[in-house]
Design a protein around this ligand. Structure first.
Ligand code: MCA
Ligand code: AMP
Length: 515
């Protein structure tokens, strides 16, 4: 088997017979992933020696095909651009146009949206399941067989780009954060060191695979270490409780909303089952929350059910993981702890200078795990850094012992709902294109289950009737369903200052006061 010298393959090459993935009833060994990803690489290369950082969009649900394609893209010298399963065609078109890929890999479950989107962009597409078979003409029965006559795969320099992950910002459409192989390795090594992840771990991953959380933390990091990952095709609280009860898992990672959903599912169970699954979850080595603030009640309730303390960490798409509590459960609730190994963090005080312990400021990050650039957006890349430090836009305070406590974001126009970051501007832009909407303002309203709920105040064009369902449907036709406002209220006019700028704090108050 040819070796493309990527360090993430190390554990796979050393332990081909170990189980890498658990998918329902079936298991997949590292050796299988190596064989099949080599076939994917040759499928993508079509006789060429190196994809030379061509972007390949992957639109596939979590599963064997996703992981084999991911590895195959990297081994062929390509850059993976994973897109969300929730995107409707227009949003896929806009992301594919931006990424400018050489190919879109769709899956039987995603082709209904993936194919029209690729065709609208004039980009070729292929079925990821076909790519697993390797060069055309390969029989399915040869899937896991070695490829003795295949030419060697390219040697990939670590300075080359590895993936582009789209993230919403304060301006316009989502931006692609480009991360190199070297930065990805630093992110993985940093997590593995901080959380002591080894080949003896077994991680349950029910996260979507188009974010750093699901890809780097819960998939690449354990596979890099030679551990096993149980991949769920989608988040299903009952399936997760069953996995806790039936499998010897050691790590679960989730966003706060997932813990809320798990708690609600537990509360619906018969008394006896509650005890069994609660104890099994208590046997996990690590239960980790991130991507949004973990409410105190969730942490306490979870501890009551499982006798297990959820520990919180903090990170971003652009930086990978930044801050973490100690994995032994001794961190304080409400804090996200101290920097990961090799990550430097500082707090910039408003008006300049660095904040002292106990003083509020904006988190800035530096280190070898940071992204390289926003794809084809040099100005926005430059604006994201100050003296080489990445400006996270998150506000925090630091205390000597417990570390950092996140206080919120600088911008009211970024909303975190169920761990998904959404831009108010993007939703306002779509709402304004509806013929009934004269004007609108989108804000995030605190919510027990979602953290924040996307909420829109709309000025309806004179004389028109107003329907929440119609406006939600309109947004869902253009953007991922989680961007559709959960709450919509009609107002005569939006509160504005003397310069005409919408006063979002006052818009928020409208919702907080509404019944
Ligand atoms: C689904 N819905 C949502 C969301 N997700 N509404 C608001 N916010 C959401 N995030 C709505 C759908 O529109 C739908 O509404 C209804 O819920 C059911 O949809 P379904 O897809 O079945 O929902 P679900 O599967 O239960 O999803 C909830 C979820 C999901 C599992 C919490 O949102 C999720 O996987 N979130 C994690 C996102 C994540 O990985 N973030 C990491 C990025 P309707 O019926 O009206 O259509 S941050 C990151 O990577 C950094 C580095 C970090 O720090 O981790
Ligand atoms: P994303 O851009 O989707 O990667 O989301 C990154 C953002 O998620 C950060 O800038 C924070 O606002 C938020 N975030 C991540 N982890 C936490 C956490 N533990 N507590 C509060 N916010 C968090």
């Amino acid at each position: 088997m040819s070796d493309s010298h990527l360090p993430f393959l190390g554990a796979a090459l050393a332990h081909p017979y170990r189980v890498g993935l658990v998918l329902g009833e079936s298991q997949c060994r590292y050796g299988d992933l190596l064989s099949v990803s080599e076939r994917v690489a040759h499928f993508l290369l079509r006789g060429r020696s190196d994809l030379r950082e061509a972007r390949i969009v992957l639109l596939a649900p979590p599963g064997f095909a996703y992981v084999a394609a991911h590895w195959g893209i990297w081994r062929a010298g390509g850059v993976i651009v994973p897109l969300a399963l929730a995107h409707p065609v227009p949003e896929l078109v806009s992301l594919i146009e931006d990424a400018d890929p050489e190919l879109v890999l769709v899956h039987p479950n995603t082709e209904k949206r993936g194919i029209p989107a690729a065709e609208a962009c004039g980009v070729p597409w292929a079925d990821v399941v076909d790519s697993l078979k390797g060069p055309p003409g390969t029989k399915l029965s040869d899937l896991f067989a070695p490829m003795p006559d295949a030419p060697p795969l390219p040697v990939i320099a670590e300075s080359r780009d590895a993936h582009i992950i789209y993230t919403s910002g304060t301006t316009g459409k989502p931006k692609g954060a480009v991360t190199t192989h070297a930065a990805t390795r630093h992110q993985v090594e940093s997590i593995a060191r901080a959380w002591e992840i080894t080949r003896h771990d077994r991680v349950l991953n029910a996260l979507p695979l188009h974010h750093v959380h699901g890809i780097v933390n819960a998939l690449l990091c354990p596979l890099w270490q030679g551990a096993s990952v149980e991949l769920l095709p989608r988040f299903d609280p009952d399936a997760i409780w069953s996995s806790f009860a039936n499998l010897r898992l050691s790590i679960f990672m989730g966003v706060p909303t997932m813990y809320v959903r798990l708690i609600r599912a537990w509360e619906r169970m018969p008394h006896e089952r509650r005890r069994v699954v609660g104890w099994s979850a208590g046997d996990l080595r690590l239960t980790i929350s991130g991507s949004a603030a973990l409410p105190a009640w969730v942490r306490e309730r979870w501890e009551g059910i499982t006798e297990q303390v959820i520990f919180e960490r903090y990170g971003l798409t652009e930086t990978g993981m930044v801050l973490t509590n100690p994995p032994n459960g001794t961190g304080a609730g409400g804090y996200v702890g101290h920097p990961f190994p090799s990550v430097q963090v500082r707090l910039r005080r408003d008006g300049g200078g660095l904040a002292l312990p106990g003083e509020e400021g904006c988190i800035e990050v530096r280190g070898p795990g940071l992204f390289r650039e926003y794809w084809r957006r040099p100005e926005e890349t430059a604006a994201a850094f100050r003296d080489g430090w990445f400006d996270t836009g998150d506000r925090a305070v630091r205390h000597e012992h417990n570390g950092y406590r996140i206080l919120g974001r600088e911008s009211v126009d970024i909303i975190k709902t169920g761990g998904e970051k959404v831009s108010a501007f993007e939703i306002e832009d779509v709402l304004r294109r509806h013929y009934r909407v004269g004007d609108c303002a989108v804000v995030g309203i605190p919510n027990d289950e979602w953290g924040e709920q996307v909420s829109a105040a709309v000025v309806i064009t004179r004389g028109m009737a107003f329907s929440t369902a119609e406006l939600r449907g309109w947004v869902k036709r253009h953007l991922a369903n989680y961007k559709a406002p959960a709450r919509i209220i009609a107002v005569d006019e939006l509160p504005r200052n003397s310069m005409g700028k919408v006063l979002k704090d006052q818009v928020r108050d409208l919702f907080l006061r509404a019944p």
